[in-house]
Design a protein around this ligand. Structure first.
Ligand SMILES: [Zn+2]
Length: 297
C-alpha cells in the first residue's frame, strides 16, 4: 500500500469513497500511524499542472460568503515584529502577501508552479515571482512562508525541502494550512473519506493530503526543522462565515453554517477538558533550521 508521505507510516485501505475527475479515479488511504488521509493514486504531473494553471482561482466560485482561511494578518504581524529584510511567499497565488510585505518595508518575491500564474502575479504586484529552475541561486529569505501549499503536493517533503532551501541562516519558516483529518466534529461529518455512495463522486483531486496535526508535525520534524510554535484552531472554511437572506433557500449552506457553529462549541468544550486535545481544522507552524545549518537536505 505504500508509506505515508508525512510521517513514513504504513498506509492502509479505509473503505474510502471513490472519486473521479474526467478519466482519473482515486480514493483515500489512511496512515496507520498519524491517521492522515492520502490520495491514491496520486494524479499524474500533467493533471496537476492543469489543476494549478491560471484557471485555478476561477474554479471555486463562492456561492456564499466564506472568510479566507489563510491568515494574512498573522504573517504581517511576524514581519512587522522584526527589522525589514527579504520575505519569500512560496506558493504566492495572487501575490496579496507580497504586496503586504512591501507595504511594511520588506523586499519580497514569490514562488509559483505555473509560469503563467507567476507572470500574472509579477505584473500585478511588481515583485519577482520565480518558477522552476529560477529558484537556483535565488536570494535567501529571512522569512519564508508556505500558506495552503503542502496539501496540494504529491511529495510534500520535496516541496518543503525546496522552501527550506530558500531560508537564510537563522531565518524563520512560517507555514499554515488545513487539517482535514483532525478530530473536529465538522470534519468528521463532511470529510470526503468513508464510502457513502456506490458510484464515484465527481471531484477534482485538489487536496491530495488530508492531514492530522500529528502527521503535519512529523513532516516538519523529518525535514530537520526545529519547531518554535504549533497551533491548531478552527476556521469556518468550507462553511459560510455568515448567512444572508439569499442563502436561506440553499439547504447545503444553511446545514454547513449550523454544523460549523455546533462543531466550534463542542470542540471548545472538549479542548477545555483536555489540554492535549488538538482539535480543529487549521494549523499555524513556526520553525527554523538548527544553528549553522543551511539546508535540511
Ligand atoms: Zn502518517
Amino acid at each position: 500500500m505504500g508509506l505515508c508521505v508525512l510521517c513514513g507510516g504504513q498506509l492502509q485501505d479505509w473503505d474510502s469513497q471513490l472519486f473521479a475527475w474526467r478519466d482519473f479515479s482515486y480514493r483515500y488511504l489512511r496512515c496507520e500511524d498519524c491517521r492522515s488521509l492520502l490520495c491514491d493514486p496520486m494524479p499524474p504531473e500533467a493533471m496537476l499542472a492543469e489543476l494549478y494553471s491560471a484557471e485555478y482561482a476561477a474554479a471555486f466560485p463562492d456561492t456564499y460568503q466564506i472568510d479566507s482561511p489563510k491568515n494574512a494578518g498573522w504573517v504581517r504581524a511576524k514581519l512587522v515584529a522584526r527589522p525589514p529584510a527579504t520575505f519569500v511567499d512560496f506558493g504566492c497565488g495572487d501575490g496579496s502577501l507580497l504586496t503586504a510585505a512591501v507595504e511594511v518595508g520588506w523586499k519580497a518575491y514569490g514562488v509559483e508552479l505555473d509560469p503563467d500564474v507567476a507572470e500574472q502575479t509579477a505584473v500585478a504586484t511588481g515583485c519577482p515571482v520565480l518558477c522552476g529552475s529560477q529558484l537556483n541561486g535565488a536570494v535567501p529569505g529571512d522569512v519564508v512562508h508556505l500558506g495552503d501549499v503542502l496539501e496540494h503536493l504529491p511529495d510534500p517533503a520535496s516541496g518543503l525541502r525546496q522552501a527550506v532551501g530558500l531560508l537564510a541562516p537563522g531565518g524563520t519558516l512560517l507555514v499554515q494550512g488545513p487539517l482535514e483529518a483532525g478530530p473536529s466534529l465538522f470534519s468528521s461529518v463532511v470529510r470526503p473519506g468513508r464510502r457513502r455512495q456506490d458510484h464515484a463522486v465527481e471531484m477534482a483531486p485538489y487536496h491530495l493530503i488530508q492531514a492530522t496535526a500529528h502527521g503535519q508535525r512529523q513532516l516538519f520534524c523529518r525535514a530537520g526543522l526545529v519547531e518554535q510554535c504549533y497551533q491548531v484552531f478552527e476556521v469556518d472554511w468550507p462553511a459560510p462565515s455568515r448567512l444572508s437572506r439569499t442563502d436561506l433557500p440553499n439547504p447545503r449552506a444553511v446545514a454547513l453554517y449550523v454544523l460549523r457553529r455546533v462543531s466550534r462549541g463542542a470542540d471548545h468544550l472538549l479542548r477545555l477538558q483536555s489540554s492535549h486535545a488538538a482539535r480543529g481544522n487549521r494549523f499555524q507552524y513556526i520553525g527554523s533550521l538548527p544553528p549553522g545549518m543551511r539546508f535540511a537536505g
